[in-house]
Design a protein around this ligand. Structure first.
Ligand SMILES: Nc1ncnc2c1ncn2[C@@H]1O[C@H](COP(=O)(O)OP(=O)(O)O)[C@@H](O)[C@H]1O
Ligand SMILES: [Mg+2]
Length: 247
């Protein structure tokens, strides 16, 4: 389980996280929404220790990760797969080399074993057999899938998705949403999906958390979110729906 308690993070005078309290339960798919710039990515980065909070506590499987040594943090981070915004594939490597990168660099696994894992992960994301292709020859949706296969290479227990459908057309977005759901079911991973795509909320969320002014403003079911009469939530949903109409 992941638990954030009173997490604060500022950059200079910019108070981004102002006391975030959030529990992420094992096996669930939690979607995080909120205005652009409200701190969603910053929060994800604090969860895996890429950013250190100024105050508060982040607990992953019983360990307070903001107190760990580099080595201990590295061990915890192995449990995470992340699909970051703009996480690019290396164009100088084949798809297969990209997917196997973490294993080649950080383990002593044999080439044959890595090859098998790469094949398995590409299969899981629906792109079997494309090891020898070059990233430059892939569509945007395929690149996302390959990035996802890469983040699955270490068999993570948690997958953090940061705006996984941004920049994709509606059809590709749906495919990525389906894949997120499929992975959650097949691999029993805990999934945290940051999105501004309101359709993704309806599609994949078991629970939704909305961030506002550095805190979790809403935390509940997708149904409760859409049925809410709260002015701020209604306004947010209306704006987001409009933005999505233009896509
Ligand atoms: N490494 C950083 N250094 C300084 N400011 C940052 C950094 N990362 C994020 N910020 C600021 O924190 C705020 C929240 O950013 P972010 O979490 O990326 O928003 P979003 O909710 O759109 O993902 C923004 O004002 C952004 O400029
Ligand atoms: Mg972001």
């Amino acid at each position: 389980m992941i638990k954030l308690t009173d997490v604060e993070k500022s950059f200079g005078n910019n108070k981004v996280l102002r006391g975030v309290n959030l529990e992420i339960n094992d096996g669930e798919t939690l979607v995080i929404i909120g205005r652009s710039g409200c701190g969603k990515s910053v929060m994800l980065k604090t969860i895996i220790g890429l950013l250190e909070p100024d105050a508060g506590e982040i607990i992953v499987e019983g360990k307070i990760i903001n107190l760990l040594s580099k080595r201990e943090l590295y061990e915890v981070r192995k449990k995470f797969g992340f699909l970051f915004q703009g996480a690019a594939l290396f164009d100088s490597m084949t798809v297969g080399e990209n997917v196997g990168l973490a294993l080649t660099e950080n383990t002593n696994m044999s080439k044959a074993d890595i090859k098998n894992i790469v094949a398995e992960k590409l299969e899981i994301v629906g792109l079997p057999g494309i090891e020898e292709m070059n990233p430059a020859d892939l569509s945007g949706g395929m690149k996302k899938r390959v990035s996802l296969a890469r983040s699955l290479s270490t068999n993570p227990s948690y997958i953090l998705y940061d705006e996984p459908t941004t920049g994709l057309d509606p059809v590709m977005s749906d495919q990525i949403d389906d894949l997120i759901k499929e992975l959650a079911e097949k691999l029993k991973v805990t999934s945290v999906v940051v999105t501004h795509d309101i359709f993704s909320v309806y599609d994949v969320a078991q629970r939704v958390a909305m961030m506002h002014e550095g805190k979790i403003y809403f935390d509940g079911s997708p149904k409760d979110l859409v049925e809410s009469n709260d002015e701020l939530i209604v306004g947010f949903l209306n704006r987001t729906r409009k933005e999505n109409d233009f896509n």
